[in-house]
Design a protein around this ligand. Structure first.
Ligand code: ADP
Length: 422
């Protein structure tokens, strides 16, 4: 009986040992599987002791990241010591911040930027505490992953929002001026109509009505510009291309403004070395470019000056120049005038209004056509604005440009609203 009992006990003992062994190999194989997964994860993984932050282990991805960062800065990996700061390259002391987060029973997260072979990449690292039996922190597990795509699109959005804010701030200021002029003119009309008979104040009413009309055109111009800038910011500014004779388009717009230019005691002359040059362009947008450049030439010219519009056929491209004999632009300002809201003289002694948006839109339109624009100038001698358009055509698109004078008059009134009393 005793023996049997003994045998039984030994047997049980043996079975228990066998079970423990099985359990151990089971756990070990699970651990090995887990380790293999972690090793090959597309995430950086590392474990550190706490609170010393000494490296316990790390996976391939963490090593690869470190290797890429170091080799791109010319460091030899064999000489790199693996410690907390370089294993997941955090670039600055964040241990105190991690400890602080852990004290608050939180994890710690931060995004770091690296330059790997000239490319900007962003990694987010999360530091998570591991707790022992007594609820004390025994280890720190860190994982890091590539957030370049998300970070870049977030930065792009932040930039777009900043531009949007800038536009609102500038534009609301721009809108206020014509609006308050309209309001005052309207109040004056009221006063006249209350105090005098219609016949007595008829002239004044017409005068104020004209002021209102001109400022409505100015508002239209500003709003058109804002719409285009917003469209461009959201990627919705699209050209309506057709194959057209660019010489006709430019000549017609010059002819349409000739009378307006004369009213300002200026002369406009058109010249071309080619009669026909068919290129793919958006005629409405090219007319806007021309009106903007001509209205600037008028604004910054002195009486009796000359404005020359010139076309040169350069085979693979067409070159259009708008040249004036006006005040000119100092060299130091030349590179900036195509920037939005840039004005050389923001003071009120300018001889016309303006918002500093015109040239940035002109540049945008020309670049959308695949062309480029630049300016040459000498103070007190005048300025030349030169743009080039590629002489390419699009398939299956017949000419559809119609020289519609009525549409053009409205367009001129809008684009010239800063300089003309209508
Ligand atoms: P604005 O509405 O102020 O005219 P633009 O973007 O059209 O805005 O022009 C920006 C600035 O470039 C102008 O304020 C002016 O200082 C300068 N500029 C543009 N065209 C000329 C020109 N033909 N002669 C002199 N200065 C010019």
């Amino acid at each position: 009986m005793d023996l049997n009992e003994n045998e039984k006990f030994e047997h049980e003992e043996f079975k228990h040992e066998e079970f423990k062994h099985e359990e151990f190999t089971h756990v070990e194989s699970q651990y090995a599987t887990l380790k293999r997964i972690v090793e090959n994860l597309d995430l950086c993984f590392a474990r550190f002791t706490y609170p010393e932050f000494e490296v316990i282990e790390y996976n391939n991805k963490a090593y690869e990241l470190l290797n890429e960062i170091n080799t791109s800065t010319g460091l030899q990996m064999a000489l790199v010591e693996f410690n907390f700061y370089n294993l997941l390259p955090v670039k600055r002391d964040i241990i105190e911040l991690i400890k602080l987060a852990f004290e608050k029973k939180d994890n710690y997260q931060e995004v770091f930027k690296y330059n790997i072979f000239g490319k900007e990449v962003y990694y987010k690292f999360i530091y998570q505490p591991l707790f022992g039996k007594n609820n004390n922190i025994i280890e720190v597990v860190a994982i890091g992953f590539d957030v370049t795509k998300d970070t870049k699109s977030r930065k792009k959005m932040e930039k777009a929002l900043k531009i949007q804010d800038e536009i609102y701030a500038n534009v609301s200021h721009e809108l206020k001026t014509p609006l308050s002029v309209i309001f005052s003119a309207n109040q004056m009309m009221d006063i006249y109509l209350k105090q005098f008979s219609y016949d007595e104040c008829k002239d004044k009413i017409f005068e104020y009505n004209n002021i209102i009309k001109q400022n409505c055109y100015r508002l239209t111009k500003i709003i058109n510009n804002i719409v285009d800038i917003s469209k461009n910011n959201t990627g919705n500014f699209k050209l309506n291309l057709s194959n057209e004779n660019i010489v006709d388009v430019i000549e017609n717009i010059v002819t349409s403004v000739t009378e307006y230019v004369k009213l300002k005691d200026l002369n406009i002359i058109f010249d071309t070395d080619v009669e026909e040059k068919i290129i793919a362009c958006d005629t409405y947008q090219i007319e806007r470019v021309m009106l903007n450049l001509i209205s600037n030439a008028i604004k910054f010219s002195n009486s009796n000056g000359e404005i020359r519009v010139n076309i040169v056929d350069k085979d693979t491209k067409v070159e259009v120049t708008v040249k004036d004999e006006g005040v000119g632009i100092e060299t130091k300002h030349l590179a900036n005038i195509f920037q939005r809201y840039y004005q050389v003289d923001k003071s009120l002694n300018r001889n016309a209004e303006g918002s500093g948006i015109g040239l940035s839109l002109v540049k945008l339109i020309i670049e959308k056509h695949g062309g480029k624009i630049y300016a040459k100038s000498k103070v007190n001698e005048g300025s030349s604005f030169i743009f080039e358009l590629p002489a390419t055509t699009i398939e299956n698109d017949d000419m559809n440009y119609i020289n519609n004078e009525n549409n053009k008059i409205e367009m001129i009134k809008t684009e010239f609203a800063d300089i003309y009393k209508i």
